[in-house]
Design a protein around this ligand. Structure first.
Ligand code: PNW
Length: 449
């Protein structure tokens, strides 16, 4: 078992989910479609033709989820609010029933001594806003600020920890460049403008939360970073790795930390940013923490067949890959935490997601002895501890995910849960990894007395 004593006494132990991946109930209580409801109906978009229509049915089974969270023994639960439940048409009237649902979730968590960490945007843009141009339209950033203000005013007396956006990289690059996520656009010029407006929305959202929340909020952006390494020492591969690092990491971190969008990448993209006076300051508004989602590293080589970017990924040398073919490389997590602290001066870091998908083998009662997932958890927590030993200000860790759920374009086959979900019945059963996590948390708690 990993030695946890270097972690701070008030280290936040958590687990995470997101609305569209677990809730289902897509037309309950006034909710209207998001871009993911639309995307799931595009033939071939999602493996196996899966959709989020039912998912874990968490909207109706929240009491069961709460039991699971309590069983895990975490300090905090990171979940997201579905924007289309609050503003079904993207603007105008607030949908009370939607707000009431999340109010109940927050109150139930607090009644059980669990801290809610609320993500405002985990990719489920109201379709009505997509119909007006989506994130390519600057107006969407202002709609996001309105939404943030409404939620902040309503829940900000009880919720203190807020995430504006989850992984703008996935929204922009996977959703608008590669087209493998909603809204399924494949246009790099659109994608670059989208990335800009997402960062603007983040900044406007920070300001909106600070103005609207009755209690001073702790606000941060969640980024998914990858350690990038060149496939060889050839100059072309080293240059490819710089571009990949710019695309995956610096594009988001530089503007967030007040350095502006990296000029070398603006040149690579060849797209004019839709910048207006004052934007840079809005985007770089001081935040209280940065959330890091970490899954794998990327080894890249120069590849002239790839337009614009000129690099592609090569398989990593580590023997172990998850079922999504993601290389298991815990040292990458240690490196990225230290980079945030040293290169960017981050003063407070949470690991807001980390986890792995494997082919689970449930017994007749849905028990799963997931040694692979347990080992992944252990080795990545050890990486966190090493970073802390080198001085990194790591304040907490959220395991992805509380339970198996809708894994976006991959559908339901990849299972990331600490708890198993039997989709036909909705039954949830804690896996060995979840029980191990509980033991780790208890061990650390005993250390802090
Ligand atoms: C994150 N990639 O997504 C999300 O925040 C979660 O909703 C998701 O379930 C989790 O990681 C596991 O995938 C990612 O292809 C999706 O690089 C794709 C990638 C990275 C993160």
């Amino acid at each position: 078992m990993v030695e946890l004593s270097p972690l701070r006494q008030d280290f936040v132990w958590g687990t995470a989910t997101s609305a569209y991946q677990i809730e289902g109930a897509i037309d309950a209580d006034g909710r209207l479609p998001s871009i993911w409801d639309t995307f799931c109906r595009v033939p071939g978009a999602i493996d196996n033709g899966d959709t989020g229509d039912v998912a874990c049915d968490s909207y109706n089974r929240w009491p069961e989820d709460l039991e699971l969270i309590k069983q895990l023994g975490v300090d905090a639960y990171r979940f997201s609010i579905a924007w289309p439940r609050i503003f079904p048409t993207g603007s105008g009237e607030v949908n009370e029933a939607g707000l009431a649902y999340y109010e109940r979730v927050v109150d139930d968590l607090l009644a059980n001594g669990i801290k809610p960490f609320v993500t405002l945007y985990h990719w489920d843009l109201p379709q009505a806003l997509q119909d007006l141009g989506g994130w390519e339209n600057r107006e969407t950033a202002y709609r996001f600020a309105e939404y943030a203000a409404v939620v902040g005013a309503r829940l900000g007396d009880r919720v203190t920890d807020w995430v504006t956006l989850n992984e703008p990289l996935c929204s922009a690059w996977i959703g608008h460049w590669e087209g493998r996520m909603a809204p399924g656009i494949k246009d790099h010029e659109i994608a670059v403008r989208v990335s800009y407006n997402l960062m603007l929305a983040h900044g406007l959202g920070v300001a909106a939360l600070r103005e609207s929340a009755p209690k001073p909020p702790q606000v941060g952006l969640v980024v998914n970073l990858s350690g990038i390494e060149p496939a060889s020492t050839a100059a072309a591969d080293i240059r490819a790795a710089q571009v990949a690092d710019g695309h995956v990491n610096r594009w988001w971190l530089d503007p967030l930390f007040g350095r502006g969008f990296p000029a070398d990448m603006v040149e690579v993209y060849g797209v004019e940013l839709p910048e207006q006076p004052g934007d840079a300051e809005i985007i770089a508004a001081p935040t209280d923490f940065v959330g890091l989602n970490y899954y794998f590293r990327q080894i890249v080589k120069a590849d002239e067949s790839v337009p614009v970017l000129g690099f592609s990924q090569v398989p990593g040398p580590n023997v172990t890959h998850t079922m999504l073919d993601w290389e298991v490389h815990p040292a990458g997590l240690e490196e990225l935490i230290l980079r945030l602290a040293k290169e960017y001066g981050a003063e407070k870091i949470y690991i807001t997601e980390n986890g792995s998908a494997w082919v689970d083998q449930p017994d007749a009662d849905f028990n799963v002895d997931d040694t692979d997932r347990t080992a992944y958890l252990d080795s990545h927590l050890a990486a966190c501890v090493r970073a802390v030993e080198q001085g990194a200000p790591l304040a907490g860790y959220f395991a992805w995910s509380l339970m198996d759920n809708f894994e976006w374009a991959y559908g339901y086959a990849p299972r990331f849960g600490l708890a198993y979900v039997d989709y036909p019945t909705g039954k949830r059963v804690m896996k060995t990894s979840g029980k191990t996590y509980t033991d780790l948390i208890k061990t650390h708690r005993n250390l802090r007395g």
